[in-house]
Design a protein around this ligand. Structure first.
Ligand SMILES: [Fe+2]
Length: 285
């Protein structure tokens, strides 16, 4: 599993990097045949693995190419956030005032995040079981990757990268409502069976990753997957099937993280999304 509760990528061996691969990329991954990228991924993962609670946050010295990917993504995403980002998201994003030309460090983001809700972005190498990922949310810890997507396709990533973690998740975690939903996922994930955990993963996907809500009669995105994906954020309101928030349906509906979502669950308001999602999670046994 990646840092997010998404299905594991198919393991495949790729070109040798000269070192043991900590990070195994799917053969369809844009960086699969790039030994430089694979080395980079391994090095960043290694530093996260060595990190222990209480240590200073590991700092990544991003290259000019990596900063360039971040800059390109922002150039495309910022206008869409203005149009489709929820009020709560836009407020939080303004609070962080993310640099547009270079990738911020986890340490810098935490300085602005912790005083807001107590949440901390914590480094993770990559593969985490969903119970561990979700369980950490109970303790106000969000497990975050630090690598960035491959430079040849700056507007696409098959897995959560630093853009998704920062732009999608870190920003939202500064809002009390978002923080409360995240904690509720953590509380529920710790006490349920594997079958119910699968349902929770799906609801997480359809709410905190790809959730939308009405705001003054207009459709707005609040899910991190939507807010960090240029292609998805631009198209979802007119091309996805928009259906009402329904936890029974979400919990039973598998998802495919490798394609644009064909169904988006829409809450009457963001406030209602927070209240109903938290209540559903707290009702699980
Ligand atoms: Fe995510």
């Amino acid at each position: 599993m990646t840092a997010d509760p998404t299905p594991p990528a198919t393991k495949a061996s790729g070109p040798h990097t000269g070192e043991e691969d900590l990070v195994e990329l799917d053969q369809n991954h844009p960086g699969f045949r790039d030994p430089v990228y694979r080395l980079r991924r391994n090095a960043i993962a290694q530093r996260a693995l060595r990190w222990r609670v209480g240590d200073p946050m590991p700092e990544v010295e991003y290259s000019a190419v990596e900063h360039g990917v971040w800059e390109t993504v922002w150039q495309h995403l910022a206008p869409l956030h203005d149009r489709f980002g929820s009020r709560e998201y836009r407020y939080c994003s303004a609070h962080f005032a993310f640099p547009r030309t270079h990738i911020p460090q986890l340490r810098e983001v935490n300085v602005k995040l912790v005083p807001k809700t107590g949440f901390t972005m914590v480094p993770v190498a990559g593969l985490v079981a969903s119970r561990a990922f979700l369980g950490n949310l109970k303790s106000d810890q969000f497990l975050s990757t630090q690598y960035i997507r491959h430079h040849t396709v700056p507007l696409y990533t098959p897995e959560p990268d630093v853009v998704h973690e920062m732009v999608g998740h870190a920003a939202t975690l500064a809002d009390p409502g978002f923080a409360e939903i995240n904690r509720a996922f953590g509380r529920a994930a710790e006490r349920v069976s594997e079958d119910v955990l699968k349902q929770i993963e799906r609801v997480y996907w359809y709410t905190l990753e790809f959730g939308a809500a009405y705001e003054d009669g207009k459709l707005k995105a609040y899910g991190a997957g939507l807010l960090s994906s240029f292609g998805e954020l631009e198209r979802f309101s007119r091309e996805a099937q928009l259906v009402p928030l329904n936890f029974e349906h979400m919990a039973a509906r598998p998802y495919d993280p490798t394609v644009y979502q064909d169904v988006i669950f829409v809450a009457p308001s963001f406030t209602e999304a927070v209240q109903r999602t938290t209540a559903w999670l707290d009702s699980l046994r």
